[in-house]
Design a protein around this ligand. Structure first.
Ligand code: BG6
Length: 487
């Protein structure tokens, strides 16, 4: 089914007083507004349980903006706050949805109205009741689209149940599943790097690439998300979504166009080609008390207030079983309370097949491409170069970096919050950077199997000191193959 294209003129935010709304959604919308990107007539209607009227919600939003949006981007705050209105609602019952629908107004797009975009940022347990309420109150139809914030389930079964519930009211073309990593500029830049340059694609395969590493390291711990995180753990919280999306962008075949279907078709092929990981190819860890950047921090169980077997770190060796990646390991690792916040992709190339410098005593390092996603956005290609000199004692070679620091290359262009891109695309109806149902389900399928191997092997997380790079077994996992993690 192809739906009519429209730019929404109303954005209905569920969970409008929640943490995500305060930290990301309201600041992103305000920043877009200040840059004139929201369209003059976009109205934003917030809804949540809290009992605000329009003015009360504007005051609430102002506080959030003052806390989370840098002062230099708050220019158009007064104009932005005027777009906001609010309707209190308990989404777990149908009562109140009719009033919400009145507040929102007609859902059809015409010359006068532009249709409705909904953003669900609530507890997953409310997804089903919310969809039922939207249907009941007529807040569905061809001119409505819906964005869904994670977590979308805790395993394949619960994810299918959520997807089925949403599909009761919306077709796949209307559903925008969010993985905020896809909204990050540097993640999108992966596509540009691979497909806007002739240089990399011919060597982007097992003939030239020895292995790939993907690291998502965080310094933060539980951050008060006690109930959520302890039920999730690093595998479900980070690997299932963000890391597998990064992996699929690195490993995908060239899509035929920059189009939602073409790109997502290629990503899902990678996700389906992931080989099942054996228990011996994974490591899990849980942080114990330690220090991050010189500051003492408690262990996970102290933060939690009880003992737990939830992993706050995981590392694994995976494979994409297809022609391009035959025999190339993809090492993944992610964890909380690691020494630094860094997300990066390392592509390790193979050695040259024959070194003409060996006889002269020169040692060579194979080339390496490091794609820094955060906090620094930079791309570094390490190349071998001759050390200047007359060479009486032989030719000496040294690795030198070819470095592109994105902020320097694009001075004057401010980096946007990932949600700015995603909210704009939701309002405009571009699904390219959203996750399709088959992708989510392929991701869960793979992750569920890992959990099963953990359960079968009775694996419990190994302790690692906060501020270290995880359990020593994670280092051993790579070193067994002669690989060192990039640090
Ligand atoms: C979220 C996870 O999806 O991503 C968090 O639930 C994690 O646990 C966060 O901290 C990391 O996002 P970012 O953008 O800070 O790397």
């Amino acid at each position: 089914m192809t739906l009519r294209e429209f730019t929404a003129d109303r954005l209905l935010l569920f969970g409008a007083t929640g943490d995500l709304a305060q930290r990301m959604l309201l600041p992103s919308l305000c920043a877009l507004d200040a840059d004139g990107l929201l369209g003059d007539n976009l109205q934003i209607i917030g809804t949540a349980r809290s009992d605000y009227d329009d003015q009360g919600y504007r005051d609430f939003a102002r506080k959030a903006l003052e806390t989370y949006l840098p002062a230099e981007r708050r220019g158009g705050m007064a104009q932005f706050l005027n777009r906001l209105s609010y309707q209190a609602l308990d989404a777990s019952t149908l009562d109140g949805f009719e009033q919400l629908a009145q507040k929102v107004g007609p859902t059809t797009s015409s010359d006068e109205t532009g249709g409705l975009a909904i953003f669900l940022s609530t507890a997953p347990s409310l997804f089903g009741p919310t969809i039922a309420g939207l249907k009941y109150a007529g807040l569905t139809g061809d001119d409505v689209r819906i964005g869904l914030e994670k977590p979308l389930g805790t395993d394949l079964k619960s994810s299918c149940a959520i997807n089925d519930a949403v599909a009761e009211a919306f077709s796949e073309e209307q559903i925008f599943r969010i993985d905020h990593y896809l909204g990050k500029e540097t993640v999108q830049n992966l596509l540009a790097l691979r497909f806007a340059n002739i240089l990399f694609e011919p060597i982007w395969n097992s003939n030239y690439i020895e292995h790939v590493q993907i690291t998502v390291a965080e310094t933060v711990g539980l951050e008060g998300r006690v109930a959520f995180y302890d039920d999730a753990g690093a595998l479900r919280d980070m690997v299932q979504n963000h890391m597998l999306q990064l992996l699929s962008l690195v490993a995908m075949e060239p899509p035929t166009s920059f189009d939602a279907t073409a790109i997502r078709d290629e990503k899902v092929k990678v996700l389906r080609a992931l080989r099942q990981v054996e228990a011996s190819e994974t490591v899990t860890g849980q942080y114990t008390a330690g220090a991050i950047q010189g500051e003492a921090v408690p262990g996970y169980d102290q933060e939690l207030g009880k003992g737990s077997t939830t992993e706050t770190f995981t590392a694994m060796k995976s494979h994409v079983d297809n022609w391009r990646w035959k025999g190339v390991p993809f090492y993944l690792r992610t964890g909380k309370r690691l020494p630094e916040r860094v997300t990066e992709i390392v592509v390790q190339f193979r050695c040259v097949p024959h070194s003409i410098f060996a006889e002269m005593g020169a040692t060579m390092q194979p080339n390496r491409l490091v794609i820094g996603i955060q906090p620094e956005e930079n791309i570094t290609l390490s190349l071998m170069s001759k050390v200047p000199g007359l060479g009486e004692d032989g030719v000496r070679l040294r690795e030198v970096p070819l470095d592109i620091a994105m902020p320097d290359a694009f001075v004057g262009q401010h980096r946007r919050i990932a949600y700015e891109r995603l909210l704009l695309d939701l309002v405009k109806g571009d699904q390219t950077l959203f996750v399709r149902r088959d992708e989510v389900e392929a991701q869960w399928h793979w992750v569920d199997a890992i959990r099963e191997t953990w359960n079968a092997a009775d694996l419990t997380p190994k302790g690692y000191t906060a501020g270290s790079w995880g359990p020593s077994a994670a280092i051993a996992l790579a070193e067994r193959d002669g690989v060192s993690w990039h640090e």
